[in-house]
Design a protein around this ligand. Structure first.
Ligand code: SF4
Ligand code: SF4
Length: 220
């Protein structure tokens, strides 16, 4: 009997290229960097490694390195940085770009393209929409301003963006057991933390789920 071919655990460069095709929509009708640059020395909050270090798949890093020299491996400087570095999975690597003045739109990473949103899995474990990365809904301790002000303007996120990103995440969660576990955990933590604080959180629904009553029953 011919040996069954194993399913590859890690994503390949081809898959990364394919996934990028779902991540080309503009997040807003305007440049949302204008919302946060003023509080951050003229640089979008999410584009400095000091605030957010992009975590790339190793295959994504090698794919992007073939497109140009925008990315290099991030070098941790402090003890806290080293702790962050330890959170990378075996197939992932923390990276840093050359800076916003060198940004090339089609060389942005998955984490640049998806920021400030991540998939939300409800109490049943069903993937129902996107939610904001909780940490970026909080105030920055230095500026006392909301880290990502877009998190307070959910109505400004384009529906086309939500729809195509939902498709991307649906494919990824099906492809990677690790990613599914990660977001099951982060969704659970989000519910727990917000409940403790007596707060709700936003879920952005894709078009096909927006008017479905039952999908809202298991959010919190
Ligand atoms: S996503 Fe948030 S942090 Fe990033 S540029 Fe837009 S408003 Fe600023
Ligand atoms: S690649 Fe572009 S979008 Fe991504 S962190 Fe760098 S400047 Fe920001």
């Amino acid at each position: 009997m011919p040996k069954k071919k194993k399913i590859l655990k890690d994503l390949t460069e081809d898959e990364i290229e394919y996934y990028f095709t779902f991540l080309n929509e503009e997040i807003t009708e305007y440049d949302c960097g204008e919302l946060c640059k003023g509080n951050n020395k003229g640089i979008p909050y999410c584009c400095t490694a000091e605030h957010a270090v992009p975590l790339l798949y190793k295959s994504e890093f090698s794919f992007l390195k073939k497109q140009g020299d925008l990315w290099h491996k991030w070098v941790p400087k402090t003890k806290a940085d080293k702790k962050i570095e330890e959170t990378a999975g075996d197939d992932q690597v923390f990276c840093e770009c050359k800076g916003v003045q060198h940004c090339v739109r089609n060389q942005r990473s998955v984490s640049c393209r998806t920021f400030p949103l991540e998939p939300y899995l409800d109490r049943r474990g069903a993937f129902i929409g996107l939610t904001f990365l909780d940490d970026f809904t909080e105030k920055d301790p230095d500026t006392k301003k909301i880290k990502c002000p877009l998190t307070k303007k959910p109505g400004d996120i384009r529906q086309q963006f939500i729809d195509s990103h939902y498709t991307f995440w649906e494919k990824l969660l099906l492809r990677s057991e690790d990613e599914r576990e990660t977001y099951l955990d982060s969704s659970k933590d989000l519910r727990k933390n917000k409940k403790k604080k007596g707060k709700n959180f936003t879920v952005l629904f894709p078009s096909h789920l927006k008017d479905l009553k039952s999908v809202k029953e298991y959010i919190y």
